[in-house]
Design a protein around this ligand. Structure first.
Ligand code: SAM
Length: 236
């Protein structure tokens, strides 16, 4: 379904290596995404080249910035149809990935892709802020990542409580990243984070993107994350 040459070009630009199984896994992921999208609302992007550039390559940009080592863990918050977590897992199977979403149908899709690809990962049906108050998940991850889930000051309260001390929270944004970062300065500080990287770049179709990387430098105070309604109505 997808153009392997285009995917090869994209991943080479990012500096990722992929064997032939990896290409086939991306191909059947794209095919399932389009098929499932007929009955579950997963994505507005359904053209094969767009899937490669706007979903797969966009998710994999994280690997330009992170040096993942064997056995490290990542939680993908508000994963939807698996972005960025599934492309990361396909290219980096040594990463332990937990997929989280508050909508069960999206997780059924993730399970189907995992099963078909022979990949192993945990799929969690919950809100990220609930997990942040659960000792089994709080401050347990090397990385938390979120793409297109909520404004940065809100998504920081979902993500930073889950990251262990010294770990990283990564937020993928469109063209509003700089503005959102300004608005999130207080949230980052209060939740125990420190900005380590902000970068703006352009996907090969011309779309503007940005990446924000925050290191957890002190424990998140126990009163965070707050209840969902409070996070939304009184963002930090
Ligand atoms: N990350 C995917 C992507 O980039 O294509 C999906 C983005 S979609 C716009 C946002 C997703 O986040 C939805 O699937 C929604 O159910 C989920 N979500 C929003 N708030 C959440 C929360 N607090 N905890 C878990 N999932 C959440």
């Amino acid at each position: 379904m997808i153009n392997y040459d285009l995917l090869k070009e994209e991943i080479e630009k990012i500096g990722v290596e992929l064997d032939s199984y990896g290409f086939d896994r991306f191909d059947s992921y794209a095919e399932r995404l389009v098929r499932w999208n007929n009955h579950v609302n997963l994505t507005a992007i359904t053209e094969p080249d767009d899937i490669v550039i706007k979903h797969f390559a966009d998710s994999l940009y994280i690997l330009k910035y992170l040096h993942i080592s064997e056995g490290q863990s990542l939680i993908d918050i508000g994963t939807g149809a698996g972005f960025p977590g599934l492309p990361l897992l396909i290219t980096t199977p040594e990463l332990e990935v937990d997929f989280v979403d508050s909508v069960g149908k999206k997780l059924a899709f993730i399970k189907d892709v995992l099963r078909n690809a022979g990949l192993v990962a945990r799929v969690i049906h919950n809100r990220a802020e609930e997990l942040g108050n659960d000792e089994d998940y709080r401050e347990k991850y090397d990385y938390a990542a979120a793409r297109a889930v909520a404004p940065l000051n809100i998504v920081c309260e979902y993500g930073l409580p889950l990251v262990k001390l010294g770990g990283l929270f990564v937020s993928l944004k469109g063209s509003t990243g700089k503005q959102e970062l300004k608005q999130a300065e207080n949230a980052i500080k209060v939740l125990g984070g420190e900005l380590v990287k902000f970068d703006e770049y352009t996907l090969s179709n011309g779309d503007a993107r940005s990446i924000i990387i925050i290191r957890k430098i002190s424990h998140t105070p126990t009163k965070y994350p707050r209840k969902s309604k409070k996070i939304d109505t009184r963002p930090l």
